[in-house]
Every structure is written in C-alpha cells, then in structure tokens.
Design a protein around this ligand. Sequence first.
Ligand SMILES: [Fe+2]
Length: 256
Amino acid sequence: MTLIIEQFLCRGDNYGVLVHEPEAGLTASIDAPAERPIRDALAARNWRLDRIFTTHHHGDHVEANLPLRTAFGCTIVGPAGEADKVPGIDEPVKGGDTFMFGAFEVRVIDTPGHTLGHISYWLPAAGVAFVADTLFSLGCGRLFEGTPAMMWESLLKLRALPDETGIYCGHEYTEANARFALTIEPDNPELVARAEEVKRLRAMGEPTLPTTIGLEKATNPFLRADAPGMGARLGMANADPVAIFAEIRRRKDNFR
Ligand SMILES: [Fe+2]
C-alpha cells in the first residue's frame, strides 16, 4: 500500500498538503490555506479533490474550504469541538474516531491547546500524522485558547506515536524555532546538528518538514519539559512538567 504526499507552501509560511491514495483514486487536502496553490498542486498531478481534513478553525487553515467544495464537491471532515467555526464542515469528528481513506485507516487525536477543538490525523499504516499547529519542528503552537496543561497532554499523545512517524506541520517555522531551542539546550548535540541541517536546508529554499517523532523527542524543547535536568536548567528544579512546559512556552512567546 502506498500513499503519495505532496507538500507545498501557501500564503508565505503555511504548508498545503495533498494526500493521494492511488488504488482508490482518492485525494485529500490537509486543511485548506489558500485556493490557488491547492488547485495548482491538484492540476499538476491531475488529481481531483475528494476530502478536506480540517485541523482547526483558524482562517489560514480553512480559508479555501468553501471555494474548494464549490469547485470539486469535496467532503469536509473537521473538529466536532469547533464545528461551528469551520466553514462548510460536513463530517465532524473527535478524538478516538476512526474512518477509512481508501485502504488507509485514519485515527483522530484530540490535540487542544492552540485552539480548544484542534485535532490531528494519524494514518498508522502510512506512518504519518498531520498535526497542523499543535507540534512544529523544534516548536509547538501558541496557546491562543487552551492552557499549558492541555497543550502538554496533547504533545504527550503525539510523543507516544512511533518514533519513525512522519510529522507534517502547519507552518515552516523551524529556523526561528531552532534559534530559540538553542537558548534552552545549547549543549544538546542532536539539537545542534538539527539546527545546522535546518540552516542549510533553508539557505537552499528547501522545506525542513516533514519531521519525525523520534527527531523531535531528541531535539524539541517543548517535548522535553520532563527530560532529566530540564527543570534545573531553567532554575526550577523539582517543578512538574506542566510548569516547566509553561515556562518554556512563556520564554518562546517573549523571544525575539
Ligand atoms: Fe492556527
């Protein structure tokens, strides 16, 4: 079984992602940041759009929902928890739900924090997950609606996926995230190596995504709030992981 995944930039730093299941001849768009680049990517492959998998209600993820549904008659799957804010939603889903996309099972994971209803889509047989603005490479989403405890729980769910899981994120933020991550763990050799790789990729105009859970576990400070010595490094030895995570998030919010 194969799944073909196309990733392309939309509106600056948003990623558009198309997922094609060749046996069933089905194509899904992960979110719908902008109509034109998604239609161009479909046309380049001669695919037609059957589904949109919405992760959360922010405008830069749902803007093209209605124009694409009008153009293709596609079905829009999205988060039940914020269904009232997702234009054109046809099939609300929530954590624990599963559905088929051709031969592939899709598992819905509740990942609130960035927004209260944010969901992620995991395709175990394909070894990929679409996490939008919950987890970024070397970063995580801002807490616009949720609490640190909520986001930490969401990140723990993603961290529990197999190490080799390919992680597709909503934005190309990795280079700025790397600069911040190095202020938290300047002596983490895997982080230093990843930061160099990211710099090299971006200098060539290449994407730094998808990443993997294994790589993020080793390098992403937001997944490492409970790593040995992290609290002490931040001057908060004996603090619990949620407090340490909240402090890392607070520092990132103020980082320039
Ligand atoms: Fe967002």
